[in-house]
Design a protein around this ligand. Structure first.
Ligand SMILES: *Cc1c(COP(=O)(O)O)cnc(C)c1O
Length: 365
């Protein structure tokens, strides 16, 4: 008898991460032209990348026979300058998802615990499960992270607490005052990963001064990404900021050479393109208002979003997503989050939103 591989039980129990449907996939199945398909499923920037990032790539004339700079020195310095922290407080990764994975692998081990809110980002949940950590899931009855619940969970001695603020797929955020109070109450031997993937979309009044807190709290890691507001999702680059003892351990634990030279160059250029960021955020605010209006006019429940997407209750999310496909519209079902009657819709261009609202009139009369 040939024996087969036995996988560790926490690996065998992994659920696949189901990304937004690729445009090419829908085009192949429907015969629609790729240009006519609107992907509103992965929270990408409808304005594209920063033109400065694009130009940096064109100017770089990269020699792709060479390995990238593993230290990402130029990009690290640009990030350090932008946040006014020393360079050794920065860790760069191939998307902030890779930093979530590096963090769990650095701080946790098989059988140790991690606490997070219900409806937390699946990539984090999977990363923690991959290394055999045990979840402590705090219910989110209002679709908002329950900080009191998370604080109560600290008694179970998790090694790592994860909070995305604003969260995905909910789009909701907690108040900066409440978040700061919580972060200060976490004992210093428990690490906290504050995922600020959508930070740039928060109105000023909702923004925690997380960099000031990193200076005070040695157990706090804040992550940001170039995938959302900066429009560089395809290049895979994100970063974390923490005090040097934690940051150094993360740099040691991360896989080498995962951030390409193209990603490093483009990200450094994008970081300095404040005008593009402003245009992105302004468009997002205006277009989100348009979309939310259109959805509420159909009588749908929409959660208040502080991101570049909205979570909408539609009846059967997977079914609606399927029915929108022939319209050339890709939205994201969120059944894997236990939200089978919702869909997540990214804020597209005005024209895409009009198409979507029109298609909903047909499909959800
Ligand atoms: C999109 C997203 C990320 C980042 O993704 P990367 O492309 O890997 O940087 C991180 N956290 C949350 C909550 C997200 O929605």
């Amino acid at each position: 008898m040939t024996k087969s591989i036995t996988f560790p039980s926490h690996i065998a129990a992994l659920k696949p991460y189901i990304p937004g449907l690729p445009i090419s996939d829908l085009a192949r199945r429907t015969g629609l032209a790729e240009q006519s398909i609107a992907k509103l499923a992965s929270n990408e920037n409808p304005l594209g990348p920063s033109p400065k990032a694009f130009q940096a790539l064109a100017d770089a004339q990269l020699d792709i026979s060479l390995y990238p700079d593993n230290d990402c020195a130029t990009l690290v310095q640009a990030i350090a300058d932008a946040h006014n922290v020393p360079a050794d407080w920065i860790v760069v990764g191939a998307g902030s998802e890779s930093l979530l994975a590096t963090t769990v692998a650095t701080v946790l081990e098989v059988g140790s615990k991690t606490a997070y809110a219900q409806y937390s980002f699946q990539a984090y949940v999977n990363a923690a499960q991959r290394i055999g950590a045990l979840p402590i899931v705090v219910p989110s009855p209002d679709f908002i992270v329950d900080l009191d619940g998370l604080e109560a969970a600290l008694a179970q001695e998790p090694g790592l607490v994860y909070i995305a603020n604003p969260g995905n797929p909910t789009g909701t955020c907690v108040s900066p005052e409440a978040l700061e109070r919580f972060l200060r109450r976490v004992p210093s031997h428990i690490a906290v990963l504050l995922d600020e993937a959508y930070y740039e979309f928060l109105p000023q009044g909702q923004r925690l001064d997380s960099m000031a807190l990193v200076r005070e709290l040695p157990n706090l890691l804040v992550t940001r990404t170039f995938s959302k507001a900066y429009g560089l999702a395809g290049l895979r680059v994100g970063y974390g900021i923490a005090q040097p003892a934690l940051a150094e351990m993360l740099r040691r634990a991360r896989a080498p050479f995962t951030v390409t030279e193209a990603a490093q160059r483009a990200a450094a250029a994008a970081l300095g393109d404040h005008a593009f960021l402003e245009r992105t955020v302004q468009h997002n605010e205006d277009a989100k208002a348009l979309l939310v209006h259109g959805l509420r006019e159909r009588g749908l429940r929409v959660l208040e979003s502080h991101t570049n997407f909205v979570l909408v209750q539609v009846g059967n999310g997977a079914d609606l997503a399927k029915r929108l496909e022939p319209h050339g519209l890709i939205v994201r079902p969120v059944g894997s989050y236990g939200l089978a009657d919702w869909v997540r819709i990214s804020i597209g261009t005005d024209a895409q939103i009009e198409r979507l609202v029109h298609a909903l009139q047909v499909e959800l009369p």
